[in-house]
Design a protein around this ligand. Structure first.
Ligand SMILES: [Zn+2]
Length: 534
């Protein structure tokens, strides 16, 4: 049998524990044909075979970002970019839009972080009214759990002085006047989503393609889309049907749409490029905005333990419904109280109807305190962690939780050493830079961009960090027979790095260039000189 593509003279990290290193890889069609020495692989060379001389570069399984909002990331490219250093700069962008757009049309932005803005506060309606009085405007916080609205958007959403806080959400109010400040949290955002016009199918498809291109350039060949809505599924299916999906996508469907609408369970499906296998639920918020649900209060806020989205009875019922339908459950649970609640619901569903190999997932699993850890193991739940959170927000987390609890923030090493499958991911566009190499480096260093060390006990080795973004993510997706390692018979989804990460100081890992990306045996990106045909 002839190979279509042979990589020689490389440092191949297969991530396959039975054969962790190789020098060369042969690919036939969309599959890995074999791995071994350069001489062995060149035996598969035929007249049409393309040979890529790696010259000491590293070859790895393509990265799998196990929790990334690819579609929302793509939509964000066309919105106000609030990931800037100050409120003033956000407002300049909003003003520029307001001057271009017809009055009454919506202005949307995302990505601000009150902890990082020069003004160290949230945007208010007054800020936004000053630059866009005639355009309903809202800017979502980087976490996606908090929004700042102007007066026109508050009015359109029907939020006023007399509006009570909704269950699982809140409206910030001025202490003196009682008027909404413009900041709304968690389920209160649904009132806004209900009145904002939805993007068209073409806009959704364009967003997917633009974000997928960015992903490929970072070496990402698979993403888990954590919370799609029915029109997102349509956009993805269209692209798949037209053969235009450049990377592989596995989706979890929302149970509650951004508008608050509760939808029936989706019909699962599974193809080589696109899968829908799970249903996503939110059980709390985030540690940055102090909405993740904790058993003990936030530092300096004795009355704030965050918010649980569902009562235990509600969560039990809905998890049971999903489990009973044979779908996987994917629960957003960050604080220890949310994790406990999610585990209770999964335990009850499994007790009512045992299912081996259920692959239920905890998205984030940010604060699994020691008492919760044996339960994760016993129930076989898969934690899907975000090492980049520690890089961008580690300092904020430690401030919000205090040193003692912070010991257990995203404890990758502990979870791996308990024998759990652990997946790594970015949650982009929540983070500003979602390069898997930055996530890998941060899993190894656990140091934030501003030098805060977060639970250094939980540093992992390079091999463990690579696992999070390859094999672990593939197992979390239920796709380990197809993805996650360079093993004969699996899909030929591969990434070539300009240097071997094992040979560099940790500090330099995030700067290694991605030089070639192969999906299904096809070279999608190449910066490599001198690869030869024939
Ligand atoms: Zn997410």
């Amino acid at each position: 049998m002839h190979a279509d593509l042979i990589f020689t003279r490389g440092i191949v990290h297969t991530l396959d524990p039975r054969r962790p290193r190789a020098e060369a890889v042969a690919v036939a069609g969309d599959r890995i044909l074999d791995t071994g020495s350069s001489t062995e692989m060149l035996a598969y060379r035929g007249p049409q075979t393309r040979v890529v001389e790696l010259g000491g570069r590293a070859l790895l399984p393509g990265f799998y970002d196990a929790h990334q909002h690819q579609l929302y990331m793509g939509l964000g490219y066309r919105q106000v970019n609030a990931r800037v250093p100050s409120i003033r700069e956000i407002l300049n962008q909003v003003r520029a839009r307001a001057e271009r757009q017809p009055p009454g049309s919506w202005i949307e932005g995302a990505g601000y972080d009150d902890n990082k803005l020069a003004e160290r506060r949230h945007l208010t309606r007054h800020d936004l009214d000053a630059v866009a009085p005639d355009h309903p405007t809202f800017i979502t916080r980087t976490c996606g759990h908090v929004m700042a609205l102007n007066s026109a958007a508050l009015a359109a959403a029907g939020i006023g002085r007399e509006t009570p806080d909704p269950p699982g959400g809140s409206i910030d109010r001025d202490l003196d006047s009682g008027e909404p400040t413009g900041v709304v949290r968690e389920s209160a955002m649904e009132w806004v989503r209900r009145v904002v016009p939805l993007p068209s199918l073409d806009q959704l498809k364009l967003a997917i393609l633009e974000a997928a291109d960015v992903n490929l350039r970072l070496g990402i060949t698979s993403v888990w889309e954590p919370s799609v809505e029915p029109d997102h599924v349509r956009a993805y299916r269209d692209l798949e049907a037209d053969g235009r999906l450049p990377l592989r996508v596995t989706m979890a469907h929302k149970k509650v749409l951004r508008s608050g609408e509760v939808v029936p369970l989706p019909q699962p499906f599974s193809g080589p490029w696109l899968k829908l296998v799970a249903v996503k639920l939110f059980q709390d918020g985030g540690i940055g905005p102090r909405t993740a649900a904790l058993t003990a209060p936030y530092e300096g806020e004795p009355d704030n333990r965050g918010l649980l989205r569902w009562s235990q009875a509600e969560l039990d019922a809905i998890v049971h419904e999903i489990h009973h339908a044979g779908l996987r459950v994917s629960i957003h649970a960050i604080g220890d109280a949310a994790i406990a609640s999610a585990l209770d619901a999964i335990e009850a569903a499994l007790a009512a109807q045992p299912r081996a190999d259920h692959r239920h997932r905890l998205e984030h699993c940010g604060l699994p305190l020691p008492a919760l850890q044996p339960r994760l193991v016993e129930l076989g739940v898969i934690p899907v962690l975000q090492p980049p959170f520690l890089y961008f927000d580690g300092g904020t987390y430690v401030r919000n939780l205090g040193a003692k609890r912070s010991r257990w923030l995203y404890p990758a090493r502990t979870l791996l050493h308990l024998g759990l499958t652990v997946a790594g991911s970015s949650d982009a566009p929540v983070v500003r830079n979602h390069s898997p190499l930055l996530g890998i480096r941060t899993a190894m260093t656990r140091v934030s961009f501003d030098g805060v060390s977060v639970a250094p006990e939980e540093r992992v080795t390079l091999d463990e960090a690579l696992q999070l973004y390859t094999r672990g993510a593939a197992v979390a997706g239920g796709e380990e027979t197809e993805k996650g390692t360079i093993t004969a018979g699996k899909l030929a989804d591969l990434v070539v790095l300009g240097a071997d990460p094992a040979a560099l100081p940790i500090e330099e890992l995030a700067d290694i260039p991605v030089e070639m990306v192969v999906v299904g045996g096809e070279i999608r990106i190449t910066e490599l000189p001198g690869s030869s045909g024939g």
